[in-house]
Design a protein around this ligand. Structure first.
Ligand code: SAM
Length: 266
């Protein structure tokens, strides 16, 4: 098995884990599944037999060629040799279609991939995701407000999806073994912008400002983002303590503060 370490190539060799990942989607027979980084195709082969269309995006030209050969008799499988961070998911899908997305993510770009999936251009195109990430990243995605791991990644994920931790695998489940444990998450995309009465693009930017510096209070982070002290005082909801940090707050009070602030570009 050849390997390019810089591309995060730790291949999953635990067959029952591959099956558990495919099973985590439930019935995918009517769905398009997009796979991020199929590698040698351990998960691809299982899902290809269970879905309507499988689009696998692999950056490594050698692996992409190997996969094209392996799936040459499977017309429902499309192999794209591309960088997932450069792919516009909308161009892969029919108008109005929502897809499932799967990936044992390359660890060196986990955060950029996640932020891209939660971005305005992608989140409306996705229904469900089953993703393997480093255990510590999974802990951040699933953390509750006030917990040590809660931050911008948690808030962004939970604004867009219900996050569920499925199972954790040791390094020995991969070849070569990584130095970390890995956790599989299921995300049910269900953006909360309408429910919380906030506009998606403005609230995305507001969250980035709220969590800009971990050591600062929410008020100081917002002052640094050019909200005046007067505007903050006038808008401040009673349920938010004056010295609160964004890390301690649920999405509801943050949305209440955002709604009460004058509309402005951050
Ligand atoms: N899915 C396979 C498995 O579970 O065995 C491989 C997972 S391996 C952790 C990550 C895969 O992502 C590798 O095949 C790697 O070449 C690919 N990859 C790395 N960077 C990528 C990128 N920017 N876009 C698409 N694929 C990428």
């Amino acid at each position: 098995m050849t390997r390019k370490p810089k591309l995060g190539q730790n291949f999953l060799v635990d067959d029952s884990a591959c099956v558990a990942i495919a099973d985590a989607f439930g019935d995918a027979s009517a769905r398009t599944v997009i796979e991020i980084g199929p590698g040698h195709g351990a998960i691809t082969a299982l899902l290809a037999a269970r879905c309507r269309r499988l689009i696998a995006i692999e950056i490594d030209p050698t692996l992409a060629a190997e996969l094209r050969f392996r799936f040459r008799a499977a017309p429902q499988v499309e192999i794209h040799q591309s960088d997932i961070l450069e792919v516009d998911l909308a161009t892969l899908l029919a108008p109005g279609e929502t897809a499932y997305i799967v990936g044992n993510l390359p660890y060196y770009i986990t955060a950029p991939i996640l932020l891209r999936l939660f971005s305005a251009g992608s989140r409306a195109l996705l229904a469900r995701a089953v993703l393997m990430v480093q255990r510590e990243v999974a802990d951040r995605l699933a953390a509750s407000p006030g917990c040590r791991d809660y931050g911008l990644l948690s808030a962004t994920a939970q604004m867009n999806a219900r996050v569920e931790t499925l199972f954790t695998l040791p390094p020995a489940a991969f070849s070569p073994p990584p130095e970390v444990f890995s956790t599989v998450l299921r995300l049910e995309f269900a953006p909360r912008f309408a429910e919380l009465g906030v506009d998606p693009v403005g609230f995305d930017a507001f969250l980035r400002a709220c969590f800009a510096q971990k050591r600062k209070t929410l008020a100081n982070n917002l002052r640094a983002a050019d909200h005046s002290a007067e505007a903050l005082r006038a808008a401040w909801p009673t349920e938010i303590p004056r010295l609160a940090r964004a890390e301690s707050l649920a999405l509801e009070p943050l949305a209440a503060l955002y709604r009460a602030l004058p509309i402005r570009a951050l």
